[in-house]
Write a protein that binds this ligand. Structure first.
Ligand code: FES
Length: 138
């Protein structure tokens, strides 16, 4: 199977690997697992409280190369976005950007789920209603 250069680059030099302080109220943490393969992804966002813009994002992924590349790309995309803009990130945008093959689509779903879980955690911490979970059927 041929992977795109972008996957290989994000996999070999993942951006934003690390941990934010999850005790902080302006940090949201999402931890999700893929039922298909058991891979696990943790993604965190830090929101600037004045502007509402995500000023930092970090991840740790215990999973395949495509999941690592998807989460690396997701953290790059998240920085500088508002929560609403972040919610609009769709796994198919990741598939397209990384040119993922069909068997690896669920890896991008994991990244989208992790973004939503991180936003949800942030919302709950800040007294906002939880997101309504929508399940993607991949
Ligand atoms: Fe399952 Fe990639 S193979 S997340």
């Amino acid at each position: 199977m041929a992977y795109s250069e972008k996957v290989i680059d994000h996999y070999s030099n993942p951006k934003n690997v690390g941990t934010l302080d999850k005790a902080k109220t302006n940090v949201g943490t999402g931890l999700v697992g893929a039922p298909e393969c058991g891979d696990v992804m943790r993604l965190q966002i830090e929101v600037d409280e004045e502007s509402g813009v995500i000023n930092d994002a970090k991840f740790k992924t215990f999973g395949c190369g495509s999941a690592i590349a998807s989460s690396s790309l997701a953290t790059e995309w998240l920085k500088g976005k508002t929560i609403d803009q972040a919610l609009a990130i769709d796994n198919m945008d990741i598939v397209e950007e990384l040119n993922l093959p069909p068997v690896k689509i669920h890896c991008s779903v994991l990244a989208e789920d992790a973004i939503k879980a991180a936003i949800n955690d942030y919302r709950v911490k800040n007294g906002l209603p939880e997101l309504v979970a929508e399940k993607k059927g991949h």
